[in-house]
Design a protein around this ligand. Structure first.
Ligand SMILES: [Zn+2]
Length: 337
């Protein structure tokens, strides 16, 4: 896959597991957060029970806002979900999961989330493994591999990406907002900072944190890593939004996910209203293909924002390239006027 080939590192594998995994549930995000936490402490191994504590607590926090539907009966999964419901509030109050909840997490994690963390949808697994589960019964250990330590150097940035992705997926499962997101995609707030559910204008996630992982954590233009804080970076329209404000714009909406990237302050300032170079157009196509590999609303928002004139969403890489070629033609014509 192009996204991996562009930067074949453990960090890219992590991003693929977190941003592009099947995500039919959100357990993977809680496991990812728990793994980062222990890796940051420099641990080489933890007991499954230790890992289960932040895992269950993060899920209890989230379950308050977005209760999840019933699970298929995978080894202890439905019991874990029942326990999450039953003792989640008590766990939050105490600041630690109840014993029952921890036990249910320990029971369900190996067969459920731990087996699936490295998997991609239908195309096997990511190139790096971040942990191994060893031992049996109460002696089960989670060995935190060197690959996880490599990734944890960037824990602050990766945690922000993970939270944004978690919120986007979660909102998709929300009974009413989810339908809205799936049918109409997300839109950008007027200040460019938030991704919103389109009709009710509810903030779904920070735009920068939701998008930066799909460009390998780098400024879209100068390719310099934006670092662990997103405070100094901007959301930028690759085809300038100002094109739409100058008279009759015959092309598609430029304020869509397909045209939004993250840029450092310097590039954002100097780029102003110029059209993208051919190399930047290619990069935009690759970035959009990476978003298209992430299930749930971001992919759908992208495909819908690139619908053809007959209203068919751009579900293939070729269709997305054709869409951008068309925008480029219209934008170039306008530039000459
Ligand atoms: Zn830059």
């Amino acid at each position: 896959m192009e996204f991996y080939r562009a930067e074949p590192t453990a960090v890219t594998s992590w991003r693929m597991a977190v941003l592009m995994g099947a995500n039919s549930r959100t357990y993977k995000f809680a496991l990812g957060e728990a793994l980062l936490e222990f890796a940051e402490q420099g641990r080489d191994a933890v007991s499954l029970r230790e890992l289960a504590i932040p895992y269950a607590l993060r899920l209890a926090e989230r379950a308050e806002r977005y209760p999840q539907g019933p699970l298929a009966s995978v080894g202890g999964a439905s019991d874990f979900l029942a326990q999450l419901k039953a003792s989640g509030p008590e766990s939050l109050e105490a600041g630690a999961p109840t014993d029952r909840l921890t036990r249910a997490a320990v029971e369900s994690m190996p067969g459920m989330v731990m087996q699936k963390f490295h998997n991609l949808r239908g195309v096997g697994a990511v190139a790096h493994r971040f942990y191994d589960l060893t031992g049996k019964g109460a002696a089960r250990q989670v060995v935190l591999r060197p690959e996880l330590k490599t990734v944890a150097v960037h824990a602050a940035a990766l945690r922000a990406e993970l939270h944004a992705r978690w919120s986007v997926v979660e909102t998709c499962f929300d009974a009413t907002l989810g339908r809205e997101l799936i049918s109409a995609g997300v839109v950008l707030s007027a200040d460019g900072q938030q991704l919103l559910a389109p009709i009710r204008r509810v903030a779904v996630a920070g735009a920068r944190a939701a998008l930066i992982g799909f460009q390998h954590g780098r400024c879209f233009y100068c390719r310099i890593p934006v670092g662990d804080t997103l405070r100094s970076v901007h959301v930028d329209h690759v085809y300038p939004f100002s094109l739409m404000k100058t008279g009759a714009w015959a092309g598609p909406d430029l304020n869509g996910v397909w045209n939004l990237v993250v840029a450092c302050a310097g590039c954002n300032l100097t780029k102003s209203a110029r059209l993208p170079t051919p190399a930047e157009v290619t990069r935009l196509l690759h970035r959009n293909d990476a978003i298209a590999a992430s299930p749930h609303p971001l992919r759908r928002a992208l495909e819908l924002s690139m619908s053809d004139t007959a209203g068919a969403p751009a579900t293939t890489s070729d269709a997305r390239a054709a869409f951008v070629r068309q925008v480029d033609t219209v934008a170039t014509d306008r530039g000459l006027q």
